[in-house]
Design a protein. Structure first.
Length: 230
């Protein structure tokens, strides 16, 4: 559990939303319907039938204790997160602007890292669900439910995460062309680019925590099940 607690990150959704709001994204949480209503809009009739089947799911195998696997996956999660953070913190270092600074190389490099974050979190989530199905009935049912929610919300979450790159592109343009000319204050002309790279890194770090949050939740459920089971 110590390893699991070490990768907890507070409120990743709030942090990501705050960063997007700072990037001039439209963010009006007070005008949104309640969470239950918004969630229900994502589930059609077919989705509710699959969800009902997941709630009634019963595994056909007795299951074996997967505690060593859960511990290994918790360590893998921590290692993966550290590796991705190191990669994110080096964002922009490999880009050598020539003449006028164009946004395309920076946006393309950011998208490559975003896809890496998405793929790594997806692989970990699949591994945890597989181990849960091999442990006992309770975790097998939870894994089924998580799979249904993951599949049903994939299109919506993909659309939301794709919006981040658009905000980042707007941020690049805003920093590159300030609304008011500044007097010579001795600051480097590349300061705005450094600030942009920091903003891009912060958005990736926040997205990383959001994408890993379901994995953290599943692993916490696994450890609770192992701890409280006779």
């Amino acid at each position: 559990m110590t390893q699991l607690a070490s990768v907890q990150s507070g409120s990743p959704h709030a942090r990501l939303l705050q960063l997007l709001a700072n990037g001039n994204a439209a963010h009006k949480p007070d005008t949104l319907p309640c969470f239950a209503e918004r969630l229900s809009r994502l589930f059609g009739l077919g989705d509710t039938m699959v969800l009902d089947a997941a709630i009634a799911f019963r595994t056909r195998q007795p299951g074996t204790c997967q505690q060593p696997v859960f511990d290994r996956l918790t360590q893998e999660l921590a290692n993966t997160r550290r590796a991705l953070i190191r990669k994110i913190n080096s964002y922009g270092d490999d880009i050598r602007p020539d003449g006028n600074v164009e946004p395309e190389p920076y946006l393309n490099a950011w998208l490559v890292q975003q896809r890496k974050v998405a793929a790594s979190s997806r692989q970990l989530r699949d591994k945890v669900r597989k181990a849960m199905k091999e442990h006992n009935q309770n975790l097998a049912r939870l894994a089924e439910l998580d799979s249904v929610f993951d599949h049903t919300m994939a299109g919506y979450t993909g659309q939301c995460f794709s919006h981040i790159s658009k905000v980042l592109e707007q941020r690049f343009q805003a920093l590159q062309t300030p609304s008011e000319p500044t007097q010579n204050t001795g600051t480097s002309s590349g300061d705005w680019l450094h600030r942009y790279c920091e903003d891009a890194q912060n958005l990736l770090l926040a997205e990383l925590d959001v994408r890993l949050e379901p994995v953290l939740g599943l692993l916490e459920a696994c450890h609770n099940e192992v701890t409280h089971s006779p």
